[in-house]
Design a protein around this ligand. Structure first.
Ligand SMILES: [Zn+2]
Length: 115
């Protein structure tokens, strides 16, 4: 008989916006935290501080509320004018190098004490 309640067992699991567990590692607890993020805008590196986010306590995955993501989008749309920046910071930059590779030749050669 085709009149069984086939739809009944499916709970609205996907419809809950405030899922309190991580979807990436499936099981991690999400906790509200204030985080920083960095993103490239063209060839400029932009840092945004004090973003409210939900952070997985197990794998570290971050989730932004729709509203927060929208504000970030708006900030990006505004082009991150430096006049509205809270502060300007300088960061160390590293060049990727395979660990264990010979470092010879990368020294600028300014100091040569052996001669
Ligand atoms: Zn997780």
């Amino acid at each position: 008989m085709p009149l069984s309640e086939e739809n009944a067992p499916v709970a609205n699991a996907a419809a809950t916006p405030e899922q309190a567990s991580c979807q990436t590692c499936s099981g991690g607890i999400l906790a509200g935290e204030v985080v920083n993020t960095a993103l490239w805008e063209g060839d400029r590196l932009i840092v945004v501080e004090n973003i409210p986010a939900l952070v997985c306590q197990q794998c570290g995955e971050r989730y932004y509320e729709d509203e927060v993501a929208m504000v970030l989008d708006m900030m990006r749309g505004g082009g991150f004018s430096e006049t509205s920046a809270t502060r300007v910071m300088s960061v160390p930059v590293f060049s990727f190098r395979t660990p264990g590779a010979h470092a010879s030749g990368t020294d600028p050669g300014g100091i040569d004490a052996s001669e």
